[in-house]
Design a protein around this ligand. Structure first.
Ligand SMILES: [Zn+2]
Ligand SMILES: [Zn+2]
Length: 196
């Protein structure tokens, strides 16, 4: 596993199936040999396969295919999504349903175009905390998350109540997908849950 890029917001990408280990093959973007190919979401008009970790990290994959790697991200207390408009040849940014001006923000740029997404049943959402994007820790089920004895702060419990109508993590239904994040600044865990 040497000589692979490390992703600030996706630290476990090689361990949780975001990149799959394969027999050495050529990356479809840079044409170099790779033993890892990207398995996460890639939002673009083109079908994009066989991409190496470096082409995700350096942003060449999104650049070449006018793609974006995240479906929706928490940003400035709203849900931001970005799509490429091929009629006008530019990315369009939406906060909720409202189109907004493109943000000039290095961290946002890094998350949208240089960070592997994660796989979920429904639309993935990238969580934030302390005015910074969280790191995606991984996929957990209800028993795993209870074994981790994660102490959620009151503000996160309120978010759970507001978003999912539950008071605690042990009320999550058994077959819900639980996506675990952690704040890079204060260490607080956050969860996104797929309803079934
Ligand atoms: Zn490549
Ligand atoms: Zn925080």
């Amino acid at each position: 596993m040497n000589n692979l890029p490390i992703f600030k917001y996706q630290p476990n990408a090689y361990d949780i199936g975001i990149f799959k280990k394969v027999p050495a093959q050529k990356c479809s973007i840079c044409n170099k040999e790779t033993e890892y190919i990207y398995m996460g979401p890639f939002y673009s008009i083109d079908e994009v396969d066989n991409v190496c970790p470096w082409c995700i990290y350096e942003g060449t994959a999104t650049k070449q295919h006018n793609g974006v790697l995240q479906a929706a991200v928490e940003y400035k207390d709203k849900l931001l999504s970005v799509t490429y408009d091929d009629e006008f040849n530019q990315y369009m940014y939406f906060m909720g349903y409202d189109e907004v001006e493109q943000f000039k923000d290095d961290k946002l740029e890094e998350l949208l175009f240089h960070t592997p997404g994660y796989i979920s049943w429904q639309e993935p959402q990238w969580l934030s905390h302390c005015d910074e994007f969280c790191a995606f820790i991984g996929y957990v089920n209800k028993s795993e998350i209870s074994a981790m004895k994660i102490d959620l702060r009151d503000e996160e419990l309120l978010t759970l109540k507001g978003n999912y109508g539950i008071d605690a993590l042990d009320q999550v239904s058994d077959d819900s997908g639980i996506y675990l994040f952690q704040c890079l600044k204060c260490g607080q865990h956050r969860v996104h849950i797929d309803h079934t």
